[in-house]
Every structure is written in C-alpha cells, then in structure tokens.
Ligand binder design. Structure first.
Ligand code: NA7
Length: 536
C-alpha cells in the first residue's frame, strides 16, 4: 500500500556458488529484484575456492551439472569425464553469461549477520565492512563444505613459509619443484592433491590420522564424437538420474550378497572395480552399507586392492583403515594415489602412532621426530553442513539465534526452512538429500522459487515453518538414518569435526532417504498449499 516501507530488494541470496547463481536466475524469472552477496571475487562457490592441485569432480561431469535449460545443456561441451576445477569454474562463468546474472552479484561481500526484524518484516543483512542490505526473502546458498578448518594443534599459525588450506588455495600457480612439502589430512581432497604434488615436490610428507577407503576414478578425455553421444543421450540420462537414490546414473544393485557364492562376489566386484567413478560404492550389493557382515566382506576386497599397489608393507598396512568399513565415510576417488607412496620422495607419517606435538616456524614436531618443511598444506577439511550457518549470526523472530537452536544438531522443515526464521530458505542446508549436489540444488532452488512465487501471488508477506512441521521432519530424518553403518562413524557426514568446539558429537546432518522420496514429500507439501507452514 502507499507509504508502506519497501525493502532494498525482494530477495537477497547469500553465496554465488551453484545454488546462488541458479536462485538468481529463478528470481529473474519471477521478475523479482534480487541481489546475490558473495565473499569471493567471482562465482563458483566450491569450484571457486577449491583450486588446489588435482581438484576435480568425482561424479561424471555431464550428470554433475544443471539440466534446467536444454539450450545450456546442449551448448556446453565437457572435455573430461571428471572435469578438473578450472573447467568447472569456466562452466559456471558460462552459465552466468548465458543467464545474464553478473549485474546482480556483488563480490567481496562477506555476510556476518542476517537478522529478521518483525517490525518491517524484512531481512537485514550486514557485511564485514558494515554495509547493510534489506529484503523480504532470504535464500542461503552458503554450501555444505565451505567453512575450512585448521588442525587444533599448538603453533598452527607459527610456520613462516607458505602455508595453504586446500580450500583457500592461491590463484597464482604454486610451484613445488625445490620444496620440502608437508601435508596434513588424507580425506578426499588430500587424496586428489597428493599424487599431483608428489610428481614435482622435492619431498612430500603426508601426515595421516585416519586412512580412507579410496577407489580408482579412471578419468579419461571426452572426444567430440563421444560428447555428441552424451548430448543426444541427455533425456535418457536424466530419466535414470531421477530414479536413483543418490541422483547419479548408478542405482543400487537389487542383488543380495547372501545369494552369491564367494566366486560370484569376486567376479561382481572385479566388474564394478573396473568401472570409472562411483559404481563400486553405489551399485554394490544392497546390504553393504547396512549389514556389518556384508560390509566386512567388501572391506576385505578393497583392503587387498590397496595392499597390492603399495610396495612398502608398513606403508601399505597404514593406508588400510582399521576402524571403519568401506563406504561408511564419503569414498574418495583416486588417480594413482596409492602408487604415490611408491615414490622415493613420498613418506607417510601415522599420527595415531606418532601424534603432532606442535607446528613450528620451520616445520612439524611429532612425539618422535622433527620435520623441516618449506611449505605446509592443510587438507584438513571443513566445519561441514551447519558450519557455514554457524559462521553467520542468523537471528529470527524474538532474536532466536540459529547457532543456539542448532546446538544439539539441526532442526529443519524439509531441510529447506527453520522455525522462527520466516521467509528464509536454505539451498543445501542440513536435512536435505545431497548425493548428486547439482541435482539437489536444482530441486531445492526450484522448490524455493515456487514457494516465493506462491507467496507473491497469494499476497503472503510472511511464511514460516511451524513447530509441528519441524518436529515431524526432524524425527523422520532421524528415523531414516537408523540402519546406516555410516551413521555410526565419525566424519563430516555425521557432523563431527574434532577441530571445532561443540562438534565432537555425531548428529544427523543429512536426509538419508532416497532422492525421489525426498522430492515427492516436498512436492506434496507445496501441492497442499504449503502444509505445516504458517502464512500471513
Ligand atoms: P575431510 O574428508 O573432512 O578430510 C579432512 C582430513 O584432515 C581427514 O583426513 C582428517 O583426519 C584430517 N584432519 C583434520 N584435522 C586434523 C588434525 N587436527 N590432525 C590430523 N589430521 C587432521 O575433508 P576433505 O577436504 O578431504 O574432503 C571434504 C569433502 O569434499 C569430501 O568428502 C568430498 O565430498 C568433497 P580424520 O579423518 O579427522 O582423522
């Protein structure tokens, strides 16, 4: 009405990764005034920050991209089955060009506060320089793995040579040629970086706490003819992707491990092992991720594969995980990772046996030995899932603090909304189906856009998850994960980060049902006029 206070924007979006870029596009389609606020100097999110050596997809490039625009899908050509970071960054910039997003993204803008003010019913955001922004709706696209963490060891800032977290890698090329390099961590990131750094470093010392079950990626180039086949096959590919639990082309096998003889198992596993990418993890016997006995069998197979590839028996043994079974943490995909340890310039240090005592000006001291380095690399991971939320002071109605509300684990409705946080929507927040993340983003942002469109049409100025909605969804998400072995293991997927105070305890961070069921449930809520939301 005349004289009513208007916010600066209809919609503010935090983060210009895949979520933020797609959200910007969908808001354009609704003719809404939108601004995307991004901490970095360009678009890409995960694929902007993670430019460490060896960074690449370990999902097929053509399934790990957007499908919403047939024109964009048709025009873009991937050159590798598992795209390296630079190619993905180019792809996201291309998206922004084609969709005309650049003018609505503000860079170098790190949001520190996001407060809902009931008086004007606006979101009030503040950036690190103190500038404020207001909007009616808020969409977070702040990532699942975006808040990097350093090891909680004494002296972590004392090292005087170059030291990089893999997720804050410099844009200028880094050379390892004459350098003694130390790297801490052996997660998916380190497993990509180690073989590449080992090729040129004078020496590379790997500090491992928990080994992981990595399997071969088997990347290869895509010829123009093959790309042509991929392009014509997109509709069938999408049909398949839409049916699988994790949103990849690889569905779970319906075969029971208990119907197979040892010979049949061996043959099946050899077949899966030879395939590129995720099939060994995702298309394996249906019991391996829920039944400990089944898991033991497949674990034994992978242990054998690792030991065959590493020459030094001590190192080979240390690289085999002892405390968790195959597939119960995120499975890193590797390209000659294990062979890297056969090089004379690479050495493994087992931190379970010889823990780090401190980091010094020129290296690392364990309880056994002093190491001197010219460069240190922290491949130590992230304060995952809720970490990006904790880094911003989110306040809802009556100054409810999101950090406080989620202290014992996140509570959400559909993973998309939170009680006490009206008009706020999360893309890739906790309790969403992750798996193939771009697929999940396309769905989540699409749902959010439809909800905002609905509010516009119905004259709703304030929509908020109800207590009942949050309770039912949170209970449902907790139930879904009960049988999974992965929920009994510490990892970023269970919200554990030993470097962060208050993150020592396992939580249910993700929706662990099948992606089609997630979408069906969310579609039902929307179709019913946004059930269990309060609307005014
Ligand atoms: P991850 O998978 O969380 O790995 C982090 C690694 O760093 C892991 O090996 C940790 O050992 C290690 N770490 C962390 N803190 C320490 C300390 N204080 N001392 C020694 N070692 C430490 O992160 P990534 O970046 O590799 O991968 C993240 C995801 O990105 C990945 O799963 C894919 O989905 C893509 P720990 O296991 O905690 O013993």
């Amino acid at each position: 009405s005349v004289g009513e206070l208007q916010p600066e924007y209809d919609v503010l979006v935090i983060g210009a990764g895949l979520s933020g870029c797609y959200a910007c596009h969908r808001m354009h389609q609704l003719n809404l005034k939108v601004k995307v606020l991004e901490a970095g100097t360009s678009v890409g999110g995960t694929w902007y920050w993670n430019r460490y050596p060896g960074a690449r997809f370990d999902s097929e490039s053509y399934t790990y991209a957007f499908y919403f625009s047939p024109e964009i899908l048709d025009e873009w050509k991937w050159t590798e089955h598992y795209a390296p970071q630079a190619e993905t960054e180019r792809y996201i910039r291309f998206l922004c060009d084609r969709l005309g997003l650049w003018n609505d993204i503000r860079f170098n803008t790190s949001i520190t506060k996001a407060h809902w003010i009931e008086q004007d019913r606006f979101w009030h955001l503040t950036d690190a320089s103190g500038r404020t922004y207001t909007s009616r709706f808020l969409i977070t696209g702040i990532g699942v793995l975006s808040n990097p963490t350093l090891p909680n060891v004494p002296g972590v800032t004392d090292f005087k040579g170059p030291a990089y977290h893999t997720s804050r890698w410099p844009k200028d090329p880094v050379s390892f040629g004459d350098k003694r390099v130390g790297i801490i961590g052996t997660g998916a990131t380190a497993i990509q970086a180690i073989p590449v750094i080992a090729e040129t470093a004078k020496s590379l010392t790997v500090f491992q706490r928990t080994p992981n079950w990595a399997i071969p990626l088997r990347n290869s180039n895509i010829s123009p003819e093959e790309m042509e086949l991929i392009r014509t096959g997109y509709p069938q590919m999408l049909e398949k992707i839409n049916q699988t639990r994790m949103g990849f082309m690889h569905g779970a096998s319906t075969d029971s491990i208990w119907d197979s003889t040892p010979e049949m198992r061996e043959a099946f596993w050899a077949e899966l092992w030879a395939l590129p990418g995720f099939p060994f993890w995702l298309s394996n016997y249906k019991e391996i991720l829920i039944d400990e006995k089944a898991n033991d069998l497949v674990t034994e197979f992978v242990a054998r594969k690792i030991k065959e590839r590493v020459k030094d028996p001590w190192t080979a043994d240390k690289l085999v995980p002892k405390n968790h079974g195959f597939g119960t943490r995120r499975v890193p995909m590797e390209t000659f990772y294990y062979e890297a340890y056969n090089r004379p310039n690479v050495r493994l240090v087992d931190l379970l046996e010889t823990p780090i005592e401190r980091i010094t000006a020129d290296g690392i001291i364990t309880n056994q030995e002093e190491f001197k380095f010219d460069m240190l690399i922290y491949a130590t991971g992230f304060d995952a899932v809720t970490g990006a939320f904790d880094a911003i002071d989110f306040r809802g109605t009556d100054s409810h603090s999101l950090r406080d509300e989620w202290q014992d684990g996140p509570r959400t409705y559909l993973g998309l909304t939170v009680e006490h946080f009206p008009n706020m929507f999360m893309s890739m927040g906790p309790h969403q189906a992750y798996g193939n993340i771009p697929r999940s983003i396309e769905y989540a942002v699409g749902w959010i856009a439809e909800c905002i469109g609905y509010c516009q049409k119905q004259g709703i100025s304030r929509i908020e998850a109800t207590d009942q909605g949050v309770k039912e969804w949170t209970d449902h998400v907790h139930d879904l994960g009960k049988n999974l072995l992965s929920n009994k293991v510490d990892s970023w997927m269970t919200g554990v980060n030993k470097n962060v105070a208050g993150k020592q305890k396992r939580i249910v961070a993700r929706y662990m049902g099948a992606a089609p069921e997630f979408r069906e449930k969310c579609n039902g809520v929307a179709g019913g006029g946004y059930e269990l939301f309060s609307k005014r």
